[in-house]
Design a protein around this ligand. Structure first.
Ligand SMILES: [Zn+2]
Length: 238
């Protein structure tokens, strides 16, 4: 199982970068998690998007969905459809577009929902963010991995991601900028989560181009032995 980190920034990309987008590749399935700004081009370099098993969205903020309206043009041109799993959010123009277009087959998910994509079982998990948001836990025969989407602290995160071998986690803020009412975790809170949930490996993502990655890494490494920062173009193997 491989996870291609296509874009790792938020809420806007660095020069030459892209916002959230992660491609899960197994022997049988290709599943795209989030489709932010700049992701469609990078995804298309690896596979025809309409060949995906599905797209799973954490939420509808534009840095996670901006390329969906452009993907629609491709699907319409080719006469193809694609399945999308996501929380419902009528406040989002992208949600309203996707839910009204027959090129997209939209299935709404809530925390606690499990569903099957081919031989994979996915479970939607808790998140605390200003709009309806889920994280995902992906169960495979080899190992489980988790993707938090955007979230601040939530009492159920530790149990939801317990024993994931790899946790791809929002760690946007340095400790000095984090607050209880902010929309994201800090790097150190992400590391604490991964440690409390006994996740072997932590990859910090949702990296803001204005925040020093060195500080995030130092703060996280004080609390977890295996932390890296997500790098666009990187391939993680589980
Ligand atoms: Zn967000």
């Amino acid at each position: 199982m491989k996870i291609h980190l296509l874009g790792v920034n938020g809420p806007f990309p660095e020069s030459g970068g892209a916002t959230s987008g992660y491609l899960l590749e197994t022997d049988r399935e290709l599943i795209q998690f989030d489709l932010g700004s700049g992701i469609l081009s990078r995804l298309t370099a690896r596979t025809a998007p309409e060949a995906l098993s599905a797209i799973c969205l954490s939420h509808w903020h534009y840095d996670h969905t901006a390329d969906l309206p452009v993907l629609l043009y491709r699907l319409q041109a080719l006469g193809k459809q694609i399945r999308i799993y996501a929380p419902e959010d009528e406040s989002s123009p992208v949600f309203r577009l996707v839910s009204s277009e027959p090129s997209f087959i939209l299935t709404s998910v809530r925390p606690g929902d499990s569903f099957q994509i081919g031989d994979l079982t996915l479970t939607a998990g808790p998140a605390r963010h200003p709009v309806p948001t889920v994280g995902y836990r992906i169960h495979t025969a080899e190992a489980d991995w988790g993707y938090t989407g955007d979230t601040n602290t939530h009492p159920d995160l530790v149990s939801f991601y317990q024993d994931c071998r790899l946790l791809l986690c929002d760690g946007l803020f340095p400790a000095e900028s984090w607050g209880e009412q902010k929309p994201h975790l800090s790097a150190s809170l992400a590391a604490q989560l991964a440690a409390d949930a006994s996740c072997e490996q932590l990859v910090l993502t949702q990296l803001n181009p204005c925040i020093s990655p060195r500080v995030l890494l130092e703060e996280a490494r004080a609390l977890h032995p295996r932390v890296t920062l997500a790098r666009a173009g990187e391939r993680l193997t589980l």
